[in-house]
Each structure stands twice: as structure tokens, then as C-alpha cells.
Design a binder for this molecule. Sequence first.
Ligand SMILES: [Zn+2]
Length: 279
Amino acid sequence: MEENVWSTGNNVVRQKKFGDLGIKDIALFSRSLRLRWLWYEWDSLQRPWKGTPVPCDQIDRKLFAACTEITIGNGQAALFWHDRWLLGNAPKDIAPELFSLAWRKNLKVAEALAGERWMRGIQRMSTETQILQSIKLWELMQTIQLSTSHDSIVWKRSNNGNYTAKSAYEAQFIGRIPQQQLEVVWKAKTEGKVKFYIWLLLQNRNWTTDRLARREWPHNPICPLCDQAPETALHLLLRCPYAKELWFSARSIHQRMADIALTATSINMWWRKLNSVGP
Ligand SMILES: [Zn+2]
């Protein structure tokens, strides 16, 4: 399960099943309502506002992308850079540095592919990363063949494949660490700075480069420790080969702790298992 990245940092208000009052978080709820704009952009109805910018921010769009699945047809609806139409990924995420160079960022897929318009501006690339990203993007695009059917979108969080505000609201709690599990951090017998680090980590609020990228702040796109994958909290703690090596060498000191780290697939799971009573 993907880690939750939609947290507003408000620990007072959250869903009832997470062990507290069950008052709706207004910020998260209004986000779930705003996604309706993005959903309507995909229908075939003539709406007067279509073609004008919708009132959604980057986080709205990320959440929308995580909740939907796009099947590319004629490329007339999906946005080339922003939508996750390329084998489940958005070119913007596959090649963030190229995206920053691209002249026109809101082309539809069909427009971008015609005459390779997506490449305009990209010829200015000057770094190794940009060149590698362009090769990767190019290779992935070779697998795509447009057809005559319409592009289609499915809402993954409802049974009938349609957007609902309720499911959009609930999606924002996926992977969130329940309050009791969060409070355990402060009881740990360790230094304050370590506790604080873990407390932030559990809520995905450390400044790993995926979060810097979302704010378009300066960042290194690849983990500096392994030079292989983007640096997310999950990568840094559990997935990075460098981290795995550290956990592996810790096996001689504390086998259970190390084994949990080596087998957990999310930070949520890691923390839950670490705190469960067991061998
Ligand atoms: Zn790494």
C-alpha cells in the first residue's frame, strides 16, 4: 500500500476508525469535493467552464491520479505531461527535469505525439539526468499505439468506477498511522531528536526529495545513497540497498527488529509490526 501523502498535519481531527472523535477534517473534505472538477473534465458533457483552469492544486491532482486509472485511446482527453497514461505513470513524474524544459505543458497526448511536439523545448537539455530521462521516456513511448476509441478513466475507489466525494475523502486516510501508534513514539527510550524524526517519518513529513519535488523546491531526483531510485521516506528507511545493508548488519544485534525492517512493504506496516508483541 502506498504511503499517505495527503496529510494536512492536523492530528486533532480524523476518521472515527482511527480512534478519535470522527469530526470531518474540513480541509481534507473540501479537497475530496474539488476532485469533482477533475472528474468532470473527463466526461463528454458540454460544460461552460470546460477548457478553463479548474480550481485544483498540485496535491488535488496527485490524489486524483492515485485514485484513477487511465486507458489511452485516441489521446484526445488525456494530458500528455500530467496524466498517468503511460503504463500507469505520468511523463512529468518519469522525467521531471524534461517537464521543466518543455515549452507547452498542457498538450493532450494526441497533440503532443503529432510531429513529436512534446519534444519542443526539450532540445535544450544539458545535463546527464535530462538525457537519461529523455531516453527512458522515449523508450516507454515506443510501447504506445493510439487507437480510435476515446481515452477512458476509471475511479478505482468505488465499485462502479465512478467518482464519489466519500471515497475521495476516505482515500486521504490510506496508510495513515493510527493515533495510538503515533503516541508510542514518545515513550521510546531514545533521544528526543530520534523520536521527533520517527514521529515525522510516520506521517511522511520529513523533507525527503519526493516532497521537495512536489513543492518544486531544489532537490536531487535520485537517492544519493544508492543512486538508483527516487528518495522517498519508504525508500530511505526500508527499500534503499544502503538501508537494507544496515538493517542486515543489525541482525546480529537485534534479529527481530532487523527482520521486520527487511520484510515490511510500507512504513505503516514496519511500525505496526515493530510495536506488536511477538517473537
Ligand atoms: Zn537509495
